[in-house]
Design a protein around this ligand. Structure first.
Ligand SMILES: Nc1ncnc2c1ncn2[C@@H]1O[C@H](COP(=O)(O)OP(=O)(O)OP(=O)(O)O)[C@@H](O)[C@H]1O
Ligand SMILES: [Mg+2]
Length: 346
């Protein structure tokens, strides 16, 4: 059986020794990256065991076949944090948001933070890598204006400050803590998969990746469940995910993270995934990052309110009787009024 890897990795499930294993193959030219991923799984397993906050699947065999590296990890039956929060509603979202923030906290302290200058260069490099192909790709799908706005606004981002701030805290991280890379097993434990090592490491990556899912609706965009609604993009942001977002953001800010530096890292992570999508999905990522950069320019809070660029009739799922942030409640009512797929759970 084959699993789908978004970034192009081939995954298959193999049965051996009475267990199911996921065998993951490197993408072209990605052997070193896959090996780094495997080493990081080992480090994560030790932090998970010491903290008791999360687990990592057992790592099995590995090797190189036909010049391509692979390794196996045990298959974990369960669902992603993203789908659990979305289906189980508000209380579950809050619990998961708090637990993820604790995890990000213990990981953070596992390594030194980045050097400020090097990190600034890394952030700029990632934005430039996206910019290199962005305008051409945007023009081809009628997003030329959004592409140009994105480029203009990224040029005004305060990268140096964000890098300086990131250099002031630990650099330990999973590296790709988007909510589809955190699973909930049958006992309710959080199991982390698919880490990413990068050349400049900071705890800001993990927080930004959670927000990529919880605020910028990466799960829906990635799976293509997004469509134009007027000048915005309709993409599901269920109440449980919104609750996870609030709880996670509040916790990491209380741990001392800086909201503006976090927003800059989020823009960079969104720019990184822009390279893998096209059409309406690219439009949604551009819309979300442009809105974040306008909020940064405006100088107020940046990350707590849902993004207007991503509103739509597909959202949200809200618990009956839960305390709903005003922005989300308004959206739910709008969605209901538009006859969208609006439901309450609980
Ligand atoms: N050990 C595992 N147990 C259960 N499911 C798994 C496991 N490993 C991978 N999967 C499933 O396969 C999907 C893709 O795996 P993984 O995240 O490792 O690949 P990827 O190509 O790097 O993904 P992406 O770029 O989409 O994050 C996961 O989101 C998950 O649904
Ligand atoms: Mg993944």
């Amino acid at each position: 059986m084959l699993l789908r890897g978004f970034s192009g990795a081939r995954l298959e499930i193999v049965r051996r020794d009475g267990r199911s294993w996921v065998r993951k193959w490197a993408v072209d030219g990605g052997n070193e990256r896959l090996n780094a991923e495997r080493r990081r799984l080992g480090w994560l397993a030790s932090v998970g065991a010491a903290s008791g906050l999360f687990e990592v699947p057992r790592v099995g065999a590995g090797g190189v076949d036909g010049g391509r590296a692979w390794y196996e990890i045990e298959y974990v039956p369960g669902r992603s944090v993203e789908s659990v929060a979305a289906a189980d509603g508000h209380a579950s979202g809050i619990d998961l948001g708090i637990r993820l923030a604790r995890i990000a906290g213990v990981l953070r302290d596992g390594a030194r933070g980045p050097d400020a200058e090097g990190h600034a260069a890394f952030l700029r490099g990632k934005l430039m890598q996206t910019a290199a192909s962005l305008l051409g790709r945007c023009g081809a799908v009628g997003l030329g204006e959004a592409g140009a706005t994105f480029e203009r606004l990224t040029a005004g981002l305060d990268i140096d400050r964000a890098a300086e701030v990131a250099s002031g805290i630990g650099g330990g991280c999973h590296g790709d803590l988007a909510l589809d890379n955190a699973l909930i097993d049958r006992s309710g434990r959080i199991v982390l998969i698919d880490p990413l090592a990068s050349d400049s490491e900071t705890a800001y990556w993990d927080a930004a990746k959670v927000l990529q899912s919880s605020l910028a609706c990466w799960g829906g965009i990635k799976s293509g469940e997004v469509r134009m609604v007027g000048r915005s993009y309709g993409v599901a942001r269920p109440g449980g995910l919104a609750a996870l977002h609030r709880a996670f953001l509040t916790s990491v800010l209380a741990q001392g993270m800086d909201e503006r530096a976090l927003a800059v890292h989020l823009v960079v992570t969104l720019a990184r995934v822009m390279r893998y999508v096209d059409g309406v999905r690219l439009g949604a990522l551009l819309g979300a990052s442009i809105e974040l950069m306008y909020r940064l320019e405006a100088g107020g809070t940046v990350l707590d309110e849902p993004l207007d660029s991503l509103r739509g009739t597909l959202e949200p799922v809200l618990d009956g009787g839960a305390e709903i942030p005003a922005g989300d409640a308004g959206r739910a009512d709008n969605a209901g009024a538009c006859g969208g797929a609006f439901r309450r759970v609980g």
